[in-house]
Design a protein around this ligand. Structure first.
Ligand SMILES: NC(=O)CC[C@H](N)C(=O)O
Length: 276
């Protein structure tokens, strides 16, 4: 493999359903060309997974449905693949870097035994404030983002009840949490985890841009559902949040680029070391 070009595998977890995630991820990844190239793998429909030797960086996307349920085929292979990436990192100098988004994040938390996943009382959808934990304040993933920062959230499930002893044993860290909701006594869900130095994941969608959100709302049913859920005023506030340079634009321009920059720098360093 050429040392010059870094290869990214996009693990498409959308199950063939229409989504905004893939376009947004590709848009961010393309900001790093010509240093990187990418290839897409349809995990849930075609059961495709990359050859681990071929790719340096992996972005595993959001997706529909219950993260606790697979079909006994793609999910088994997916988890085995995650294990093989982890094993690779423990045995090799040039590491594999992975970003897990939303559905993939929930699956990773389950797989590593870090927490429980439950169905939320209601759907979470829209611009949300995300709070860094103490560990999150110094994590490179969030560098350049305020505390709290803003992100697009879109989900029915949540990662809760962290098993802190498992976190400690694995050296994993919770790096962000949901906002505090004073009027309800629900536990704050986990919004991002640093699994290892090379694996990190977010419950929200760091790839989302305002256009993708507005496109989603062009679906009349989706728009009405959300407007009914939030009420007119909150819905309008959310649309205003979308136009704010410091909110969704900032997260889109910062988080995945931070992940990619850290990964690319590390890969360039270690690959160069090996070629010396
Ligand atoms: N956007 C997503 O990836 C959603 C994740 C998961 N299917 C949920 O509903 O919680």
């Amino acid at each position: 493999m050429s040392n010059k070009i870094i290869k990214i595998a996009l693990l498409d977890m959308y199950k063939g359903e229409p989504n905004q995630g893939m376009r947004c991820i590709i848009d961010v990844v393309n900001r790093f060309s010509p240093v990187v190239s990418f290839e897409i793998f349809d995990v849930r429909v075609k059961c495709e997974l990359p050859d681990i030797k071929e790719f340096d960086i992996y972005i595993s996307t959001g997706g529909p449905g219950n993260p606790m349920i697979g079909d006994g085929n793609w999910d088994v292979k997916y988890y085995a693949f995650i294990d093989s990436l982890n094993k690779w990192n423990s045995e090799n100098e040039v590491k594999k870097h992975v970003l897990f988004i939303c559905h993939s994040f929930q699956m990773a938390c389950l797989h590593f035994g870090l927490a429980t996943v439950t169905r939320r009382n209601d759907t979470s959808f829209g611009v949300m404030t995300i709070h860094k934990t103490k560990e999150g304040l110094t994590d490179s993933l969030f560098e350049g983002l305020a505390d709290p920062f803003y992100a697009i959230d879109s989900r029915d499930y949540q990662v809760v009840q962290p098993k802190l002893s498992v976190f400690a044993k694995k050296g994993a860290k919770i790096i962000s949490l949901e906002k505090i909701r004073d009027h309800v006594q629900y536990e704050r869900a986990i919004m991002a985890v640093r699994f290892t130095d090379y694996f990190v994941g977010t419950q929200f969608h760091p790839e989302a841009d305002p256009i993708s959100f507005v496109s989603h709302l062009r679906n009349k049913q989706a728009k009405e559902k959300i407007r009914a859920m939030k009420g007119k005023r909150k819905f309008r506030n959310m649309l205003e949040d979308l136009l704010d340079d410091d909110k969704i634009y900032r997260t889109n321009e910062t988080l995945i680029p931070n992940f990619l920059r850290t990964a690319i720098n590390d890969l360039m360093k270690t690959k160069k070391m090996l070629s010396n």
